[in-house]
Design a protein around this ligand. Structure first.
Ligand SMILES: Nc1ncnc2c1ncn2[C@@H]1O[C@H](COP(=O)(O)OP(=O)(O)OP(=O)(O)O)[C@@H](O)[C@H]1O
Ligand SMILES: Nc1nc2c(ncn2[C@@H]2O[C@H](COP(=O)(O)O)[C@@H](O)[C@H]2O)c(=O)[nH]1
Length: 206
């Protein structure tokens, strides 16, 4: 039986905007029907992060081997570390008719746009630059140098938001989640093309 391919959902935006927080909130409810693609990274695990849950933590050599073997849908070198999306997991899950959710930075999202133009691109925007900075500082997981580098990157990343299908402001986590779920539901309605099935039925083709 023909099975509709899942939708590749790409949530992107600057560091500290709340992508991880929004993603965890989305996945904490049983109604959420997406599969989260766990990324590979060469970054060191933060306190409490678990290999195979938060990321697959890799050495630089291991990561470069994955690149050479073509096993990543996309990857980026972001503020001194590699981050990438496993290709087979994404393809197998989409082929099984399940939606896949990527939470990635902006360079990577651009590469996905080239390789999978039918993906759904959502940019998570902060209420303001100063709020972005205070979220990044308040998280307390990076050194001052890294925070400054991420803020510098954020200015360039924010300039890319009009390349996305949708921009969702993360003023409140629950509100942002509701909007993302609504966008995905609408995208399913669009792709199901119910009206074409009706037209075929009315013509007697089905
Ligand atoms: N809507 C919100 N209002 C206030 N604080 C928020 C909101 N969303 C997230 N935060 C806080 O902002 C900080 C950064 O959030 P988070 O780690 O989810 O960002 P991120 O975009 O995933 O960052 P990175 O790209 O660096 O992984 C966290 O301390 C989080 O609790
Ligand atoms: N291009 C990709 N970016 C990714 C991927 N997984 C995570 N990320 C993004 O990297 C930055 C930094 O993450 P952090 O965990 O060190 O704070 C952040 O914007 C993530 O969304 C990926 O597979 N590809």
């Amino acid at each position: 039986m023909y099975k509709e391919r899942g939708i590749l959902i790409v949530l992107s935006g600057p560091s500290g905007v709340g992508k991880g927080t929004v993603r965890k909130e989305l996945f904490s409810t049983p109604e959420t029907n997406y599969e989260y693609s766990i990324s590979m990274t060469t970054r060191k695990a933060r306190e409490g992060e678990v290999d195979g849950v938060d990321y697959f933590f890799k050495s630089k050599e291991e990561f470069e081997q994955l690149i050479e073997q073509g096993r990543l849908l996309e990857y980026a070198n972001y503020v001194g570390n590699y981050y990438g999306t496993p290709l087979d997991y994404v393809n197998d899950t989409l082929d099984a008719g399940r939606d896949v959710f990527l939470e990635i930075e902006v360079q990577g999202a651009r590469l996905v746009r080239e390789k999978a133009p039918d993906a759904l691109f959502i940019f998570l925007a902060p209420p303001s630059l100063s709020e972005l900075e205070s979220r990044l500082v308040g998280r307390g997981t990076e050194t001052d140098d890294v925070i400054q580098a991420r803020i510098a990157a954020a200015r360039e990343e924010l300039a890319m938001m009009d390349l996305y299908d949708y921009v969702v402001e993360n003023d409140q986590v629950e509100r942002a989640c509701d909007k993302i779920n609504a966008i995905v539901t609408a995208e399913h309605c669009k792709r199901e093309r119910v009206e074409q099935r009706y037209k075929a039925m009315l013509k007697g083709d089905l």
